[in-house]
Design a protein around this ligand. Structure first.
Ligand code: SF4
Ligand code: SF4
Length: 405
């Protein structure tokens, strides 16, 4: 338990009665990069709610540990203005996870494409746990419509709220304080004042941080949130199978680690990979490859820590996005300017083979790719509070008619 408050309000009432006063919140974040950030958000919400006399506690989902970089994880918190801590725990937290939420917070907007648990049992929609009339609150620079086109269609109406901002990589071992923590808490107060009011949040932040810039940030965030209703007709039919985690009584006896059958052929998906360890939803950006300027040096294939590259018969290297974690290593080692570039994963619809697209229509592929890449590259500043550095690049090397191979 990461934060709790003591209460003595309950009398003997039924579970159904107790349930009525419970509000649930889930915070989805990128493992390691945003762990401290998510912890701060749920913890601070609990203590701000406590200052209103509510009972509240927060927790993390056990199945997300041990974490790896970028892997989708969640913290959650429960609030009640009627129950004692014991009763709230009894009603809300027996299962160490959360199956529904009044507010689902998303700290990285690329998660709208779906989430995989630590082992691969399928991909779940980010809005799966939002209840009717609840809110999906996303930190993003995009318009609601650009995100809704990735979300699963639901059988009821709910809300989407956008808190303008970039994916904050607040870190684990040190904390890069860009005020995303207090901004998110203020946004929760905006979309769900029944969880905690903005006045309580402001008082709590003043007392905890004694920092005028933090207080100003939360006030600005509160005013900047855009809320829009999502009708049940909006969204997509979910294209993936949803995770069904094994229960304690469905494991094999003893310790069973199934081996992966080894196999290799040239071409897309040519090498066998572990079907239970896909990690494609860990990525915020994906590497895109200009096959026409590739010099076939092998470095991307050799250096990828997740063995995502498949050699092809023409000496190029296809990439399997179902397994790519978006670490950026291949873009770093590629010796050719702008040959591998990391691009926002939300710009892409699926995980199909880029090499196959290139072979079908090389010129069309390069044109499509350059549009996806755009001309601007950005890097977060290493100095706290200095924002993101945007750099405009020179025009890409012209497409070579001979395909460069
Ligand atoms: S970004 Fe590149 S190096 Fe990193 S996992 Fe993906 S393909 Fe491999
Ligand atoms: S590192 Fe770049 S140049 Fe080398 S094989 Fe990979 S894509 Fe081609």
């Amino acid at each position: 338990m990461s934060g709790s408050s003591r209460g003595t309000k309950s009398e003997a009432v039924s579970t159904a009665e107790m349930e009525k006063s419970v509000l649930r919140l889930e915070v989805n974040y990128r493992g390691i990069f945003q762990k401290s950030l998510a912890y701060r958000i749920t913890n601070d919400l609990v203590y701000a709610a406590h200052s209103e006399g509510k009972t509240a506690f927060s927790n993390g989902r056990y199945s997300d540990d041990p974490q790896r970089n970028g892997v989708p994880c969640a913290n959650f918190a429960f609030f009640s203005d009627a129950l004692s801590e014991d009763d709230l725990e009894a009603v809300a937290s027996a299962s160490m996870d959360i199956d529904r939420a009044n507010v689902v917070v998303v700290l990285d907007d690329t998660m709208v494409k779906g989430l995989e648990p630590w082992g691969h049992y399928g991909i779940r929609p980010i809005n799966e746990k939002v209840i009717p009339g609840g809110t999906l609150l996303i930190v993003s620079r995009r318009k609601p419509e650009e995100l809704i086109r990735h979300l699963e269609k639901k059988t009821f109406d709910y809300n989407i709220a956008i808190l303008p901002g970039d994916q904050s990589f607040a870190g684990l071992w040190y904390y890069r304080d860009d005020a995303t923590d207090v901004r998110t808490i203020a946004a929760v107060a905006r979309v769900a004042p029944e969880i905690v009011g903005i006045h309580s949040v402001e008082e709590y932040v003043k007392k905890k941080y004694n920092d005028a810039a933090k207080v100003k940030s939360l006030q600005e965030a509160y005013d900047s949130v855009v809320v829009r209703e999502v009708k049940q007709s909006e969204g997509i039919a979910w294209p993936h199978s949803k995770p069904k985690l094994p229960s304690w009584d469905s494991f094999d006896e003893g310790i069973v680690v199934k081996s992966v059958e080894r196999g290799f052929t040239l071409g897309p998906r040519g090498q066998n990979r572990n079907p239970n360890f896909k990690r494609g939803t860990s990525k915020t950006q994906r590497p895109v490859i200009r096959f026409d300027t590739c010099i076939k040096c092998t470095l991307c294939w050799y250096d990828c820590p997740d063995e995502c590259f498949d050699p092809t018969a023409d000496g190029l290297y296809d990439v399997n996005y179902e397994y790519c974690t978006g670490c950026g290593r291949c873009a770093q080692v590629c010796p050719v300017d702008d040959c591998i570039v990391m691009v926002d994963d939300l710009n892409f619809e699926d995980n199909s083979s880029p090499w196959e697209m290139y072979k079908r229509d090389a010129e069309g592929y390069v044109k499509w790719l350059e549009e996806k890449k755009g001309k601007v590259r950005f890097m977060p500043s290493p100095v706290t509070g200095k924002g993101v550095r945007h750099t405009e690049i020179k025009a890409a090397v012209p497409f070579k008619q001979d395909g460069g191979n």
